[in-house]
Design a protein around this ligand. Structure first.
Ligand SMILES: NC(=O)c1ccc[n+]([C@@H]2O[C@H](COP(=O)([O-])OP(=O)(O)OC[C@H]3O[C@@H](n4cnc5c(N)ncnc54)[C@H](OP(=O)(O)O)[C@@H]3O)[C@@H](O)[C@H]2O)c1
Length: 315
């Protein structure tokens, strides 16, 4: 089968190629998926450029973690999945998963039924971003039983745009930051207030919130948003000095999370999609042959919603 493969670390246009490799089989506990669409994430481009593991995140010269497609075989011990099912997954993360290929073997525990409300492209784009948003809100203690104020720093990106919608679905009042050109879109995803991330006075006027979800690098929440007990969850990380400063303001917990594959949570995410409460905004769709251009789009840092690669439009 045809699979994307890197020739080594470096620039997308120089190192991204394709190889004919042996097709995988569905091992015990796995499902073989004919790949329709694969979402790209900043981690894909960072790890390609570096060519080595990032902490727990495994480098492979065979990329891809997100996937949506059709079940073509089930391995021993797998129940609940049958040939022909439309599925989506964040496969194996943070281990390597090799989803950017015509076929991929995915642990059944990582899979969920693709939402009927979404296209294959949307389902393929969603998993890593949506699970990150889900797990960040969990870490912040934002459950459906809580009437919370949530600040999303970076409401327009892949993770941010799902975080806004999931926080709304959990009953929160949502304040999000975005550049002026993206503010209407972020409001359309349900944000109650959208603030220009360069507008210092508007940022300073945000009152204390229950939780801040940080989806952009090198960004501290505004001082006024953090009170004793404000949960500050970052997906990009804080320096030791930033973390100490947040704690001195009373933030608790201050936590960095790393997303983990989780089919059960994806099923809950799919249910929200089918209830019309969660959409995936596609910034751009690329063909499989245009994987380098797709990665360059992610690398621009200007993506609104998600970038997705269509591996097989018929899968
Ligand atoms: N820990 C984890 O498990 C985990 C999981 C997923 C992602 N991540 C990391 O989290 C980060 C975000 O991922 P992503 O997929 O959401 O990225 P993304 O889609 O590439 O984010 C791009 C968006 O960020 C916006 N943006 C840039 N600077 C901003 C600022 N200062 N304030 C507000 N918005 C800003 C951009 O808007 P403009 O173009 O208008 O500036 C753009 O819409 C990446 O560093 C990624 O590696 C971590």
């Amino acid at each position: 089968m045809r699979a994307a493969a890197y020739t080594g670390p470096g620039r997308a246009a120089e190192v991204i190629g394709f190889r004919d490799v042996e097709a995988p089989a569905a091992g015990p506990g796995e499902v073989l998926v004919r790949v329709g669409a694969v979402g790209l994430n900043p981690v894909d481009v960072k790890i390609r450029a570096a060519g080595h593991d990032f902490g727990a995140i495994r480098y492979s010269d065979r990329p891809g973690w997100d996937v949506a497609g059709t079940v073509v075989a089930v391995g021993d011990g797998v129940t609940g999945w049958a040939v022909g099912d439309a599925v989506f997954a964040l496969a194996r993360f943070p281990e390597a998963a090799h989803t950017l290929a015509e076929l991929v073997a995915v642990p059944a525990a990582d899979l969920a039924a693709a939402p009927r409300a979404w296209s294959t492209a949307q389902a393929g784009a969603a998993s890593l971003a949506a699970l990150t948003a889900w797990q960040a809100l969990d870490a912040a203690g934002i459950g459906a039983d809580r009437d919370a104020r949530v600040l999303v720093l970076g409401g327009a990106g892949g993770v941010g745009h799902v975080t806004v919608q999931l926080a709304k679905a959990r009953g929160a009042l949502v304040i999000a930051t975005a550049s002026p050109a993206k503010q209407d879109l972020v409001a359309s995803w349900g944000a109650d207030e959208v603030i220009d991330y360069r507008d210092e006075s508007a940022l300073a006027a945000i009152g204390a919130v229950d939780a801040v979800i940080v989806t952009v690098s090198d960004t501290l929440p505004p001082r006024g948003a953090v009170d004793a007990g404000t949960a500050v969850i970052t997906i990009t990380g804080f320096s030791a000095a930033q973390e100490a400063e947040l704690r001195s303001w009373g933030a608790d917990p201050v936590q960095r999370i790393l997303v983990a594959a989780n089919g059960a949570q994806l099923a809950e995410i799919a249910a929200l999609a089918d209830a019309g409460r969660l959409a995936v905004h596609l910034d751009a769709e690329f063909g499989f042959d245009d994987l380098a251009a797709a990665q360059e789009r992610v690398e621009s840092g200007r993506v609104t919603g998600k970038v997705v690669v269509i591996v097989d439009p018929d899968a």
